[in-house]
Design a protein around this ligand. Structure first.
Ligand code: UD2
Length: 323
């Protein structure tokens, strides 16, 4: 059994990782400053994990939390392309300076391996599809630049300090516990909760942009495989984590409308600045090196996510909270 440290443990991906590690009987420590994470995501984990309220920017605290850790799963970040366009400095601090603080702390604590939540946004608008890891990155938004910079730091740390690192380029991860409440929330969390409440949905642009939407269980699995893989296959490298299929927003809107029984038409608005048009991954490298393959496809993932949000709305209503 090993000790895992999850940064951003109260977030969507961090809390899903924690639950799976706890289920497997591993020792889990985590930290979060609740800037984007949610306390309710930790409720089920109470008494099963060691939690510290801590910011990535607190270098002393981050050094302390890394002591005795075998694997770091670095999920903490300020996500969102449009948020970074509006305020590049705040996301730069968390996503770049915060990542550097954590890498230094992990190095000094003798952590065995750091696995990092990188982003498909690194590819930007290069016309070739599918995107493979050998392509030259072409980030558009500040967020994409920051996430790419994190990858480069990981590879540097593996080269100059001998600490093992793996970067996982997540392709639009979705599923239970993704926060739907912010204007910067992922599109599927927004659409599902808007449709369940019979509220209008907005599509930015013509809706023909496409994404390799990836269900959360696939991302969790990729992280655990990245910890277990032989160093000579993965150390200092970058892997796509996706499904290898893509759907346009118009298609996705129709699929969700059918699952939920929603009858309104979408409202179209101007495209978002910094948006990528098409995103689709080649996942063969992750398959070869990690043994990764998606276990839950897009449509099944949508159904599971809709069910989860339905239950979440019922629970909130039963507690007397506004739905
Ligand atoms: C990017 C990354 C993703 C992850 C994420 C973190 C790409 C291809 N993907 O996701 O891997 O790192 O950032 O934030 O760069 N949209 C609407 N209506 C809405 C909300 C969004 O039409 O109400 C559109 C949006 O303009 C975009 C698509 O939906 O074209 C997906 O947006 P998103 O915010 O869910 O994710 P994206 O692709 O920026």
């Amino acid at each position: 059994m090993a000790t895992y440290l999850i940064s951003g443990i109260a977030g969507f991906i961090g809390s899903n990782l924690a639950r799976e590690l706890v289920r497997r009987g591993e020792t889990v420590r985590g930290f979060d400053n609740f800037q984007t994470g949610k306390r309710e995501n930790l409720e089920e984990l109470k008494g099963k994990i060691e939690f510290r309220e801590l910011s990535l920017l607190d270098a002393t605290g981050v050094k302390d939390v890394c002591r005795g850790v075998d694997y770091v799963l670095h999920q903490a970040a300020i996500p969102s392309v449009p948020k970074s366009v509006l305020d590049p400095v705040t996301s730069h601090e968390s996503n770049i300076t915060g990542t550097l603080n954590l890498l230094i702390a992990a190095r000094d604590a003798g952590v065995k391996r750091v696995v990092y939540a990188a982003s498909s946004s690194a590819y930007g608008d290069t016309p070739a599809l599918p995107k493979h890891e050998g392509m030259m990155p072409n980030p558009i938004s500040p967020y994409a630049v920051q996430k790419l910079c994190g990858e480069l730091y990981l590879t540097s740390f593996s080269r100059v300090y001998g600490m093992e690192t793996v970067s996982l380029r997540y392709f639009n991860i979705f599923g239970p516990r993704q926060d739907p409440t912010s204007p910067y929330s992922g599109v599927l969390a927004k659409f599902i909760t808007q449709m369940l409440a019979d509220r209008p949905c907005t599509i930015f642009g013509d809706g023909e942009q496409s994404r390799d939407f990836t269900y959360i269980d696939n991302a969790v699995n990729a992280n655990l495989l990245a910890c277990a893989a032989l160093a000579e296959k993965v150390n200092g490298r970058v892997f796509n984590v996706a499904t290898g299929t893509r759907f346009s927003l118009n298609q996705t809107f129709k699929m969700l409308s059918a699952i939920i029984g929603y009858s309104r038409n979408p409202e179209y608005q101007e495209p978002r600045a910094g948006d990528v048009k098409h995103s689709l991954a080649d996942i063969s490298k992750a398959h070869q090196a990690l043994g990764y393959q998606p276990t839950v496809g897009f449509e099944e993932g949508l159904r599971r996510t809709v069910e989860w949000y339905k239950q979440a709305v019922l629970t909130m209503t039963a507690r007397g909270m506004p739905s």
